[in-house]
Design a protein around this ligand. Structure first.
Ligand code: SF4
Ligand code: SF4
Length: 415
């Protein structure tokens, strides 16, 4: 760990009001400033790695809201993640971690096959019955929560059905390579289909290589640096063979990770070139606003927008998604208070730290309620899962969509 990053903190406290866990606890140890101080003391050998101390650090969502607020460029979330990576790197992977991170996630075929039982569970009506009878309460809490987060799965993952090359409509202006996030393909395939359609409508030929693999974010989250580097090498090799203007993703989490490939494989020019081409879909669509405006039909809806941490804090993208929503004729856009505050999803945080995740989610739902909007738009699958569940339970009647899905509906004029 770079010690300079730790001593850069001048303890001003400007990050405190931005930190979701500090807002819930008002504990210094649950604040960015406190976390930086704890890691510094550990590095200096003044503190031991006690269970309690590790628990404080593990409460961090890695949402990076503190980095956006810090005047000194300190990123407490990243420092906690780096610390966790270094610590876990020394321990090695557990049996389950090895099974998931090395034998399942890097193999799209296996990952897709693993969801077949869930699809059957939904298609046969068993899920409805299980939920009606409250059977999941008999299972351990993490399983119950995972089941509760699961929305209706598409008939087939998008990776299996999408053409490897989608031609441009009309005159071709260029080529984009589409990075298909695992969760987007497996669960939110309609949103990614909308993404490809929008790019094609704007004159891009879209290449979606089937042999791409997970971006490596789950490995990063679990401190599996070797697995992460393997994912980076595979994707750099696959996408390196495509002559594309951009590598586009509609998954905020994947986008943030892909933009770090140059950092993960430091000194590798191909990884750096890969990262330089990565764009969130909103960045590419926002380049063509006038053309898009001419194609969009009215949608008489009141809509608000939640900034995913991986898009706003990690990639610094805030204006583009809002500009795109405002292009839709008839749509009334209402700004959300603290729109870039985390929703509590944060990878698997909502499973691992359910109590804190629920408190953070409830705060987010309150702000959505205050807008009076009938639809919430966002751009990251983790947020879609978490907020879909939160809205269904606490604010039924308010729907949730990916920004690209809403734009595609506007292309059809179908609210
Ligand atoms: S992390 Fe940044 S904002 Fe927070 S106390 Fe340190 S210098 Fe101030
Ligand atoms: S990453 Fe988020 S939860 Fe962690 S210290 Fe920063 S603001 Fe707080």
């Amino acid at each position: 760990m770079d010690y300079v990053k730790l001593i850069n903190c001048m303890r001003c406290g400007m990050c405190l009001p931005a930190c979701p866990t500090y807002k819930e606890t008002f504990l210094e140890t649950a604040s960015p400033r406190g976390r930086v101080a704890l890691i510094r003391k550990l590095q200096e050998g003044e503190l031991d790695q006690s269970e309690r101390l590790l628990e404080y650090l593990s409460l961090c969502l890695d949402c990076q809201a503190c980095a956006s607020a810090c005047p000194c460029g300190v990123n407490a979330g990243e420092l906690v993640a780096e610390f966790t990576c270094e610590r876990k790197g020394g321990e090695g992977l557990s049996f389950m971690e090895d099974l998931i991170l090395r034998r399942l996630v890097p193999h799209p075929d296996r990952l897709e096959a693993s969801l077949v039982p869930m699809r059957l569970y939904q298609r046969t009506g068993l899920q409805k019955l299980v939920r009606k009878l409250g059977v999941m309460k008999l299972f351990p809490e993490p399983l119950e929560r995972m089941e509760g987060l699961l929305p209706n799965l598409p008939a087939r993952p998008l990776r299996q059905t999408i053409a490897e090359v989608t031609p441009a409509r009309g005159e071709e202006r260029g080529t984009v390579a589409f990075f298909l996030g695992c969760v987007m393909s497996l669960i939110f395939s309609e949103a990614s289909r909308a993404t490809v359609r929008l790019l094609s409508e704007l004159g891009y030929r879209v290449v979606t290589p089937r042999n791409q693999v997970c971006c490596g974010a789950p490995n990063m989250l679990s401190g599996d640096l070797a697995g992460l580097k393997e994912a980076v090498r595979s994707n750099v090799a696959v996408f390196g063979g495509i002559e594309a203007d951009f590598i586009v993703t509609d998954c905020g989490g994947c986008g943030a990770e892909l933009k770090h490939y140059g950092h993960h494989l430091e000194g590798d020019p191909e990884a750096a070139a890969f990262s330089a081409k990565v764009r969130d879909i909103s960045q590419v669509l926002a380049l063509h606003q006038e053309e898009l405006r001419a194609k969009l039909k009215p949608l008489p809806l009141t809509v608000t927008y939640h900034d995913p941490c991986h898009i706003a804090h990690c990639q610094g993208i805030r204006r583009e998604p809002r500009d795109l929503l405002r292009l839709i004729p008839g749509l009334e856009y209402r700004e959300l208070e603290a729109a870039d505050a985390c929703c509590g999803s944060a990878g698997t945080y909502n499973i691992a730290k359910p109590e804190m995740a629920d408190r953070i989610l409830a705060r987010k739902i309150d702000t959505i309620r205050a807008t009076g909007a009938e639809l919430l738009a966002t751009g990251n699958p983790g947020c879609l899962l978490q907020l879909k569940k939160g809205l269904a339970e606490q604010l039924p009647g308010v729907g949730i969509v990916h920004v690209t899905e809403l734009l595609a509906r506007s292309l059809d004029g179908a609210a």
